[in-house]
Design a protein around this ligand. Sequence first.
Ligand SMILES: C[S@@+](CC[C@H](N)C(=O)[O-])C[C@H]1O[C@@H](n2cnc3c(N)ncnc32)[C@H](O)[C@@H]1O
Length: 234
Amino acid sequence: MSHGDFIRSNTRPLAVPSLPSIRLYQADEVTPLWLMTEKDMTQQRLAPPFWAFAWSGGQALSSYLLDHPGSVAGKRVLDLACGSGLVGIAAAMAGAARVLCNDIDPYTEAAVALNAELNGVHIDFLRGDLLGGEAPDVDVILAGDICYEKSMTDAMLTFLGQAPAKNIRVLVGDPHRTYFPSTGFTKLADYSVRTIADIEDVALKNAAVWELSRWQNTITTSTMSNSPPASSGR
Ligand SMILES: C[S@@+](CC[C@H](N)C(=O)[O-])C[C@H]1O[C@@H](n2cnc3c(N)ncnc32)[C@H](O)[C@@H]1O
């Protein structure tokens, strides 16, 4: 079964909880993917299906782009760690000149294509892990919900840290995840986003949009406790 067929068979088009103008192929209580246990997923060699949900950080960042279209209108943007492609779709709706999505999960390329089609926007997909290399030639890098694991957060921040020197603006949406850094970012906006309670344990979650303002050689990660997304995505 192709990745696209798998997504169509296991999810269904649903409005994003806080952004009803955007629809995504998502897992919910009536879809097979939602009902699968972690054991089922391991047996089927499935990574946690992050692409089947609209994460709080991505919802906040997408809301910000639609509220402030000037932040991306006419610009070339990268949605890093795109999952479903939610943030990239919001950027395209806000008038971005070109949207690139990137994620290391092999299902995301098909998810982004299906979700872009569902919302009538065009998005290109950039394959591979970008984190060890140079930032692509874009004007803005967008990243929703990337600070839930320490090693991933460190690698993301190192990659993003090269952007200001290249005149690339970096916007991050984060719902106070454990490893979001306490320094180097300026808060642009706060949002209260609707979540899927089974994933986040709460129906409404506060999430903020941050701009990378400067880079520090020493990454300062917060040690405050805050649950990361469930490893199974449920
Ligand atoms: C919590 S999800 C957020 C998805 C989306 N941005 C949103 O807000 O809905 C985190 C995503 O990071 C991706 N990811 C993890 N490591 C990555 C890497 N090195 N490069 C790109 N994406 C990565 C995962 O595959 C997953 O899709």
